[in-house]
Design a protein around this ligand. Structure first.
Ligand code: GLU
Length: 322
C-alpha cells in the first residue's frame, strides 16, 4: 500500500512537471561572440536583448558565449554546438570557399549568412618605445598575431605577407587571445599586437590608457591585398576615440565587416524571429554600441558571402529590403 501511494505521488509530480514544462517550453539559442573586451561580446548581448525582449511572440531565448573568435564560431556552428555566431566577413568568405583554416577541410557548405553588423579595422597596437609606426617596421620585433580561433590571426599573416615580411622567419610571434595582449604589452613581453575589432573597443581603450605608452600603427602600402581579396577595404580609425594613444593623425589601415552567421540546420522560424527582432527594433539596437554609428538596415545586408538563411530572407522580403 505504502509502495503504491509513493508511485502514485511520483507519477503526479512527473505529470505536473511535464505540463509545466510544456507550458513554458522555450527554444534556447546560443550566440558565439569573442573576448569580453572586444565588440562581438556586447554585440551578441545586443542581439540577445532584442530577441529576449520580444520573446512573447516567438518563445525563443538567446544566450551569449564568450569564445576565441571568428574561426572558433564558424567551426562550432558547423559542428552544431551553437546556433549563431559573429564572424568577420573575410572568414565567412574563406569558410564558404574552403580557404585559409578550412583549406584541408574544404568548403563549409552548411554555413548561412544572417546579416552584417559593424565595420572592423585590422588594428596594430605598438609600444611607442619599440619605434614601430607602421606595419613595415615589424621585422625583428616580438608580436602577438592572435589565437588560432580568432579572425585577426589570418589578417596579421595577410598584412605581414603583403608588407614583404615572413611571419615565420622575420619576427617572433605569439598566439594569445586579444584579451591578454594589452597586459603582455604593458609587461614588456611583446612589442605590438594585432586585433581586428570594431571601434571604440574596451581592449584598445585599455591598451591606450596604461603606463607604457602606445601608438596605433598604420597598415598602408598593402594594396596587393586589396587587389587580391574582395573582402578587404580601406579603413580609418579616428584617433579621437583613443585620446591616450600617442598618434597625431587618424590611423590608416584596412578593414572587414562583422557578420552574423548560422547553419542551414537551424529552423527558419528561429532565424526569422531573431532577424525580425533586430530589424524591427533597429533604432534601439543601434544605440547599444558606438561602433554601430554607421549602420543602416540596407548596409546590414552587405558583405555576406554565404547564402542568406531562408528565415532571414523571409524577413528581408517582407520588409522590402530584398
Ligand atoms: N574580429 C575578432 C575575431 O574574429 C573579434 C573581435 C571582437 O570580439 O570584437 O576573432
Amino acid at each position: 500500500m505504502r509502495k503504491l501511494s509513493l508511485s502514485l505521488v511520483l507519477a503526479i509530480i512527473g505529470l505536473s512537471a511535464t505540463v509545466a514544462y510544456a507550458q513554458t517550453k522555450s527554444t534556447f539559442v546560443t550566440i558565439g561572440t569573442g573576448g569580453i573586451t572586444g565588440v562581438y561580446y556586447p554585440t551578441g548581448g545586443a542581439i540577445a536583448k532584442m530577441v529576449n525582449r520580444t520573446k512573447k511572440g516567438h518563445n525563443i531565448r538567446a544566450v551569449i558565449e564568450s569564445t576565441g573568435g571568428s574561426v572558433f564560431n564558424i567551426d562550432a556552428i558547423v559542428a552544431g554546438n551553437i546556433e549563431f555566431g559573429i564572424v568577420q566577413s573575410d572568414r565567412q568568405f574563406q569558410a564558404m570557399h574552403g580557404l585559409a583554416e578550412w583549406k584541408d577541410r574544404g568548403p563549409q557548405t552548411t554555413l548561412r549568412a544572417v546579416f552584417s553588423i559593424h565595420p572592423e579595422a585590422v588594428t596594430l597596437v605598438a609600444a611607442s618605445d619599440s619605434g614601430i609606426k607602421s606595419i613595415h617596421d615589424l621585422k625583428g620585433k616580438h608580436i602577438n598575431i592572435g589565437n588560432p580561433g580568432s579572425g585577426q590571426r589570418q589578417n596579421a599573416i595577410d598584412t605581414l605577407t603583403a608588407a614583404g615580411i615572413d611571419y615565420e622567419i622575420d619576427l617572433k610571434t605569439e598566439s594569445f587571445r586579444a584579451i591578454k595582449a594589452s597586459g603582455m604589452l604593458q609587461d614588456y613581453k611583446i612589442d605590438a599586437f594585432f586585433y581586428t575589432v570594431g571601434h571604440p573597443s574596451g581592449a584598445i581603450k585599455e591598451a591606450t590608457s596604461s603606463a607604457r605608452k602606445v601608438v596605433i600603427a598604420d597598415i598602408t602600402n598593402v594594396d596587393t591585398l586589396l587587389d587580391k581579396f574582395p573582402y578587404y577595404t580601406h579603413a580609418t580609425i579616428p584617433i579621437k576615440l583613443y585620446p591616450g594613444a600617442e598618434n597625431e593623425k587618424d590611423i590608416q589601415t584596412i578593414g572587414v565587416k562583422a557578420t552574423l552567421v548560422t547553419s542551414s540546420k537551424v529552423a527558419d522560424e528561429v532565424v526569422y524571429a531573431l532577424t525580425r527582432a533586430v530589424f524591427e527594433n533597429f533604432d534601439d539596437f543601434k544605440k547599444l554600441h558606438p561602433a554601430y554609428s554607421s549602420l543602416t538596415k540596407e548596409n546590414m545586408l552587405e558583405g555576406l558571402s554565404a547564402p542568406v538563411h531562408p528565415g532571414a530572407m523571409r524577413y528581408f522580403k517582407e520588409a522590402g529590403l530584398k
